[in-house]
Write a protein that binds this ligand. Structure first.
Ligand code: SF4
Ligand code: SF4
Length: 548
């Protein structure tokens, strides 16, 4: 670990490199409180909703399930997370369905036909209201059991992140929500501020940081005020600081928020933990509250439904597995301008081809909008041709990671991924700032996503080939070793036989000699017996003559 940072106060803010100010459109959806979207007739739950290995189904078609029941458990083979039934019903299928993923691929899903009873059965968990006096290991186990993952978009299993964070100094809570259009965290902070503060208290009990900083962009004054009040109600703001930060995209990136709040840069390829920090999104903290205090696993999340393609933009609490189509209906249905359905925001989100795809743990927004409005923030949708790079350097100026986008672009076009790696392409956070400012309308971020996937695929292929080479070499080694062992055994057996034979032949001669001695003695004995018998016969004859 590199040198841990010192205790940080909120009195000073720092600035990360670059950043942009796209049109934010936040007020379109943040004017009304969160409402429950309802229980659709069917829920579709992909087994892969988190970073890592997909969960393993624990139910079969035809099974009845209760709300909160585990229907797929975290794989034992690595990073993974449990998946629960968001309501009661019957498993009607376990099959491939379209996933809400950038690849547009399908994946294995568990389908629940809901029964509208919303029956917990015996699946509600015990609540740990006295969390202060509950062992941290028990709290961690509950977070794992509840299937909580990072709800800011990363979907990293939270229990794993917390388990590796026993030596942190600063707890950073991410309420920045910098991506245009998205307001789910804003509304959550306004509507559930005291529960978020309790969630932070639980984390403080578990991690014992010296200080906690909640970073919120200053375009959310109501959320800032709500959390400040909740801190006061909770007994003061001594070690939780609610910090208003300037509105600048992408200040909600984990490393960018850390830099703004602490002035420290997370090293290239490193983790916040390397400098004594851990960052969690406000939605994740709220889920921790629900799991510990209310005994509820992660069954739903807050989703912003917005854009000029929807009649009533707003925020919903949505059961995981609800289709985007159902969600659009709850928001008043599509307008004539609904050209695109984007999961996420215009900068980092991706288009969905099918609105039957389900909301998953990573879904923070359904942006339904016209091409014209979308192209304000994302040149990919602009009706303008891509022109040659003019080497203006604007992409470099706005990159929050201080990368050289135009250089990486040239190397990727030449399919020289090694050079792109030398330029730290793996540090690219896909923020899209470079594409946003490029006067030649080059979809730079798409090139970077493509290259990172290629590099990852090549690594996987290399790993597989290394594994198969190792397996082949081991097979040869084993064959040789087995042959050597067999030869050694054979030689030892032969030697033992020869020894035995030698001993046996030696023993055989002695026996012969012994037999010889025995027969001689017997002959003498017999001769003596014969002589004795003759003598007795003669004596008998003499005696009988004398008697006559
Ligand atoms: S912003 Fe576009 S045109 Fe300018 S250097 Fe970067 S890639 Fe080239
Ligand atoms: S997408 Fe990547 S290269 Fe482009 S600005 Fe963002 S971090 Fe930099």
């Amino acid at each position: 670990m590199s040198a841990a940072i010192n205790k940080t106060t909120s009195s000073k803010l720092w600035k990360f490199h670059g950043g942009v100010h796209p049109p934010f459109h936040k007020d379109d959806s943040n004017q009304t409180p969160i409402t429950f979207a309802g229980i659709p007739d069917q829920l579709v739950l992909p087994l892969q909703q988190h970073i890592g290995i997909e969960a393993e189904a624990t139910v079969q078609v035809g099974d009845k399930v209760s709300k909160g029941q585990i229907i797929a458990s975290a794989s034992n083979n690595g990073l993974s997370a449990n998946i629960h039934a968001p309501t009661s019903g019957k498993i009607s299928a376990i099959e491939e369905r379209p996933l809400p993923h950038i690849s547009s691929l399908s994946g294995l899903c568990i389908v629940i036909d809901t029964d509208s009873k919303d029956d917990w059965g015996k699946c509600k968990l015990e609540s740990y209201t006295d969390y202060e006096n509950t062992e941290s290991d028990k709290l961690l186990e509950r977070i794992q059991q509840a299937g909580i993952v990072g709800l800011g978009g990363a979907t990293f299993p939270t229990a794993v992140k917390l388990a590796g964070s026993q030596t942190i100094i600063t707890l950073i809570i991410n309420g920045a929500e910098c991506e245009p259009y998205i307001t789910c965290d804003d509304r959550l902070m306004r509507d559930e501020s005291s529960k978020i503060i309790t969630g932070i208290r639980i984390l403080q009990k578990m991690l014992k940081p010296e200080i906690c900083l909640i970073g919120i962009e200053d375009n959310k004054p109501e959320a800032i005020k709500a959390l400040q009040l909740a801190c006061q109600d909770d007994g003061g703001i001594n070690n939780i600081n609610v910090v208003a930060i300037p509105t600048l995209y992408p200040s909600g990136g984990e490393k960018q928020l850390i830099e703004i709040l602490t002035g420290h840069e997370v090293p290239s390829g490193g983790l916040p933990l390397d400098i004594g920090l851990i960052g969690l999104n406000v939605g994740t903290v709220y889920s921790i509250y629900q799991a510990i205090i209310e005994g509820e696993p992660l069954l739903s999340r807050i989703v912003t439904v917005t854009g000029n393609g929807i009649n009533k933009p707003q925020n919903f609490e949505v059961l995981i597995g609800t289709s985007f189509n159902y969600l659009a209906e709850q928001a008043g249905g599509y307008t004539k301008m609904a050209d695109h359905l984007i999961m996420g925001g215009p900068m980092m989100g991706f288009a969905l081809e099918d609105d039957q795809a389900p909301v998953v743990k990573a879904t923070n927004c359904a942006l339904i909008t016209s091409t014209t409005v979308l192209s304000e923030s994302n040149s990919e949708y602009a009706d303008q041709p891509t022109l040659p790079c003019i080497r203006c350097g604007k992409c470099m100026d706005v990159c929050p990671v201080k990368l050289l986008p135009q250089q990486m672009y040239w190397h990727i076009r030449a399919k020289d991924f090694e050079k792109a790696l030398d330029h730290n392409i793996n540090d690219c956070i896909d923020c899209g700032c470079c594409s946003y400012v490029c006067p030649s309308h080059i979809p730079l971020v798409d090139y970077f996503r493509f290259a990172k996937n290629e590099v990852r695929d090549q690594k996987i292929a290399q790993h597989k080939s290394d594994l198969s080479r190792d397996r082949h070499e081991f097979l040869l080694f084993r064959k040789e070793r087995d042959k050597r062992e067999r030869d050694e055994k054979r030689a030892a057996h032969k030697a033992a036989l020869q020894k035995k034979k030698a001993e046996a032949s030696k023993n055989g001669e002695t026996t012969k000699d012994n037999n010889k001695d025995t027969s001689k003695a017997d002959a003498i004995k017999a001769a003596m017996a014969r002589a004795k018998a003759k003598k007795e016969e003669r004596e008998k004859e003499v005696n009988s003559k004398n008697e006559i």
